[in-house]
Design a protein around this ligand. Sequence first.
Ligand code: KIV
Length: 274
Amino acid sequence: MSIQSEVRRLTAPDIRARKGGEPIVSLTSYHAHTAALADKYCDFILVGDSLGMVMHGLESTVPVTLDMMILQGHAVMRGSRRALVVVDMPFGSYEASREQAFASAARVLKETGCGAIKMEGGRRMADTIRFLVERGVPVMGHIGLTPQSINTIGSFRAQGREEADWGPIEEDARAVADAGAFSIVIEAVAEPLARKITANVPVPTIGIGASAACDGQILVLEDMLGLSPRVPKFVKRYGELGPGIEAAIRVYAEEVRSRAFPGPEHVYGMKKKD
Ligand code: KIV
C-alpha cells in the first residue's frame, strides 16, 4: 500500500470552470524548486518563454527553442503535484501551420507530461487553436501585448491605450475563445478594456498588467520577487530577494577569503586541530 496521499492535479477543464468564480492564482516557474513552492498556492503554473530573458539573459523571447521549453517544463512537472502546468510554445514552433503547431504541442505534452500549452496571437491563431483543441491539446490563448512579436510591434508597450484601438483586441479575445481555448492571458491592456473582454468571453481571463478586472492573475515569479534585472512598471514587488542573495554570497566569499569558512568538523564529530 502506498503511504503517499494521492493529490489530484488540476486540469484545463478545472480552470475553465472557474469563470466568474474564485479568482485564479498563477505564477511562472522554470525550475523544480520554485515549482514546489508555487504549487502550494497556485491553480496553474506557467512555464513561460520569459525564461529566455529571465534565466538566460536574452534580449527577447524570440530565440527560445522548443527544447528549452521541454527541459524546463519537465523540471516544473517534477517539482509540482497539484497545479495545472501550462508550457509556452516558443516563437517559430507553431505559427507556420496547424500541423507544425500540433507536432510541437504533442512533443510538449508527451515529453513533459504537462496538462496544457499556451500560444500567443488572437484571430491569426484561431484556426490553429481549433485544430489543436479538436485533437486533444488544451490551449491557453495570449492576447494584448504578445512579446514574441517584438520585431514587428517595436516595443513592449501597453496595448489598447485609446478606446479607438480596443476593437481588434476584443475581436482577438472572441476568436480565441470561440476556437476553444480554455482561458486567455491578457497582457498589458488598460482596465476598462480588460473588464469589457472579461465580461464578454465565456472563458477565464488571466491578467498580467491588465488589472484586477480579470478572472485571475499571473506574474513572472522572478519579477515579483525582485530578482529580475528588468521588471515591467505594473509589477508589484512582493519580495526583494536580490539584495538578500547578494548579501549571503558576500558573507560566503568573505569567509572563504579570510579562512573563516566553517569546516565539516561539526558534521563528522571531529575535533578541530589548533
Ligand atoms: O512567458 C511568460 O512568462 C508569459 C507570461 C508573461 C504570461 O507569457
